[in-house]
Write a new protein. Structure first.
Length: 231
């Protein structure tokens, strides 16, 4: 989507959201103001800004279609028809993000625009997601859950129980501090369980270890548990 079309689309979504969901309209206005004065050529050069905008526009379209259904029963039926991780995103985390004050939102928007975000683990996350989906599981990846909710990936296995997973290769001496910050973030967003998974990139077959551990915890981790595992 070209930059001018993105700006036009945001304006039309703001108008639509203002009569459907004022929380969404506020977020759209924040994003619109963020890019309003950025020249089209400059905006097109900002890879991750564009990826976020395209992702957010798609989610906004889907959310507005969901909210346009005539009754809560119809909305629930539409959510129930989605894969479990997508249902969790639209049915819980996305509206949670709209309703709560996201203190990190301004910070990571600034980083995206400044080019200070590189998503170094992007290829790894994509490989993990591909393996999970090839095995019949489901996955959701969103910049919002990554940058605001300390979640690289939402996974679900055979029991259709979505789990927020943060993946890291940080050294063990710093892992506890990372865990504390991660747990506090999940508690703030009222995410009821989560997995912080530390892997060794030098280990043989570490990607499959990450996949199998994430899926096992998706099925078996109890509510109220925020688990730290070091592979």
């Amino acid at each position: 989507m070209q930059s001018l079309k993105i700006k036009e689309k945001l304006n039309s979504l703001i108008e639509e959201a203002s009569t459907v969901d004022t929380r969404l309209a506020i977020r759209l206005n924040q994003i619109n103001l963020w890019i309003k004065d950025v020249k089209p050529g400059t905006l097109m050069s900002k890879k991750f800004v564009l990826l976020f905008l395209q992702q957010f526009i798609q989610d906004t379209d889907a959310w507005l279609k969901l909210k346009s259904l005539s009754s809560e029963e119809e909305q629930q039926l539409a959510l129930d028809a989605l894969p479990p991780t997508l249902k969790y995103w639209y049915g819980y985390l996305f509206p949670k993000w709209l309703s709560k004050d996201d203190s990190k939102f301004f910070i990571w928007r600034r980083k995206l625009m400044a080019g200070d975000f590189s998503q170094e683990d992007g290829k790894l996350i994509d490989s993990i997601a591909d393996i999970i989906e090839q095995g019949g599981g489901t996955v959701v990846k969103r910049y919002i859950v990554d940058l605001s909710m300390a979640t690289d990936i939402i996974v679900s296995s055979s029991q259709n129980k979505p789990l927020c997973v943060q993946i890291t290769s940080i050294s063990e001496e710093f892992l506890q501090d990372k865990f504390n910050n991660w747990e506090n973030t999940l508690l703030f967003w009222e995410i009821e369980r989560g997995l912080l998974l530390s892997y060794n990139p030098g280990a043989n077959d570490f990607i499959n270890q990450v996949v199998n551990t994430a899926l096992d915890n998706s099925d078996n981790l109890n509510m109220g548990i925020y688990r730290k595992l070091n592979l």
